[in-house]
Write a protein that binds this ligand. Structure first.
Ligand SMILES: Cc1cc2nc3c(=O)[nH]c(=O)nc-3n(C[C@H](O)[C@H](O)[C@H](O)COP(=O)(O)OP(=O)(O)OC[C@H]3O[C@@H](n4cnc5c(N)ncnc54)[C@H](O)[C@@H]3O)c2cc1C
Length: 400
């Protein structure tokens, strides 16, 4: 069976590696002319790093990424520590979850995954524009290229997915929140306490998250979320902003926050969108993973991590797949993944509410809750996609 993966992002590349570990080769088609997205970062949690460890990539990722010292919640105005939890300190996170938490440049992650897959398996500058049914197979039409036929197509084409449309997905839903992001060298942040920690600064209708990235933790990646605009104009995911607009949104905040946003030289605003739940994650030979099927708010930092879980589960379901068990295998994959990703999607809305102070919750209650976040959300990090499949539900799924 010829397996084509659309999109050589985090999900597509991980899937190709998880398939290879089972002796199955797949071909990737990526619209970009090169693989690395410069100027972005990602935080990998144990539910993903334990799978990347099993794929033999953890040493390389640990060399290029950095583990935060602590998870700290601060008042956005005063800078007071509201709650703090050890991460690297005392090996607390690894001891609890059996795998590390890593802040990493997205380009480093993609380079590690892409090198492991091998350039000969990735067709760059292939933008899918249309899928056509040809008997039991499909033809993939790329802009300015000859069509390619495949038996199985995995839509790993991200939040603005073409394959999602083909499968029957509703348009993305704008969350009513947007974000400014940037990467700043630590030496430009002399007002910042604990630069090697992952920190949430919480305030009125807004919050700022940051964590260190790079092998020496030499840069800080920040993501500053604000309520509004109420409606999103334009069809893209970002819009240009006026000079100083991002800084103005945090004008009365703690100097560390103002300094970071100013140093980020932010030029665009990111709309935060979610994918409404899909009734079916597959249609015929096409099946979806990652943001294409469950794009979520980033407040648990789980978009990439759950996408890696999807890739592991789908690779298992594709192993031994035939034309007669295909639909049952795809349905089993969806069954394994839909509830978990839906719960995290929903919980990300709750996290946004918890991080934005407003009249709905007394401050003391909000701060108390932050002391319990690691226990409350431990289920997200504990999850082991491979072990789940070797448990009872996985065995039932694989009988089909
Ligand atoms: C600012 C920001 C910060 C984030 N931080 C985190 C974080 O800390 N932790 C976390 O877990 N998640 C985070 N996420 C979410 C995470 O980036 C995504 O959930 C994750 O990348 C999804 O993986 P994917 O493989 O589905 O999509 P992507 O990684 O986006 O890959 C999709 C690929 O498909 C390609 N493609 C798209 N359309 C086509 C086409 N028509 N033809 C061919 N190729 C195509 C794209 O070029 C891209 O390479 C963040 C997201 C944003 C926006």
């Amino acid at each position: 069976m010829k397996i084509a993966i659309i999109g050589a992002g985090i999900g597509g590349l991980t899937l190709a590696l998880a398939l290879r570990a089972r002796g199955i080769e797949a071909t990737l088609y990526e619209q970009a002319a090169e693989l690395s997205e410069i100027g972005a970062a990602v935080a990998l949690s144990a539910n993903a790093t334990r799978e990347l460890q099993r794929l033999g990539l953890i040493d390389q990722l640990e060399r290029t990424g950095v583990e935060p010292t602590e998870l700290i919640y601060r008042d956005g105005l005063s800078g007071d520590r509201l709650a703090a939890h050890a991460v690297r300190k005392g090996g607390a996170y690894r001891d609890r979850f059996g795998a590390p938490y890593l802040g990493i440049h997205r380009a480093d992650l993609q380079t590690t995954l892409g090198r492991a897959v091998g350039a000969e398996h990735i067709h760059l500058a292939h933008r899918l524009e249309r899928i056509e049914t040809v008997g039991e197979r499909v033809a993939l039409h790329f802009v300015g290229r000859d069509p390619v036929e495949a038996d199985i197509v995995v839509g790993a084409d991200g939040v603005r997915s073409i394959t999602r449309q083909w499968v029957g997905g509703q348009p993305l839903r704008y969350s009513g929140t947007s974000a400014f992001r940037g990467i700043v060298p630590v030496e430009r942040l002399n007002a910042l306490p604990d630069p090697q920690a992952i920190q949430f600064w919480i305030g009125q209708d807004a919050h700022l998250l940051h964590y260190a990235i790079g092998s020496d933790g030499g840069h800080v990646n920040f993501f500053a979320v604000v309520e509004g605009p109420t409606a999103w104009s334009g069809s893209g995911g970002t819009v240009p902003i006026e000079p100083g607009e991002a800084v103005a949104a945090f004008a009365d905040w703690h100097p560390a926050v103002r300094q970071m946003v100013a140093a980020g030289d932010v030029e665009r605003r990111w709309g935060l969108f979610v994918a409404p739940p899909l009734r079916h994650w597959h249609r015929g030979p096409v099946v979806l993973i990652g943001d294409a099927v469950h794009a979520m708010l980033p407040h648990h930092g789980q978009g990439a991590n759950t996408t890696i879980e999807d890739a592991i589960t789908l690779a298992t379901m594709l192993d031994g797949l035939t034309s007669s068990n295909r639909d049952a295998r795809f349905a089993a994959y969806q069954k394994e993944r839909a509830l978990r990703t839906r719960l995290i999607q929903r919980s990300s809305w709750d996290a946004n509410r918890a991080l934005h102070t407003d009249a709905s919750l007394p401050d003391a209650t909000r701060h108390r809750a932050m002391h319990h976040f690691p226990e409350r959300y431990g289920w997200i990090h504990k999850f082991d996609a491979s072990a789940q499949l070797s448990g009872a539900s996985g065995v039932v799924a694989m009988r089909h």
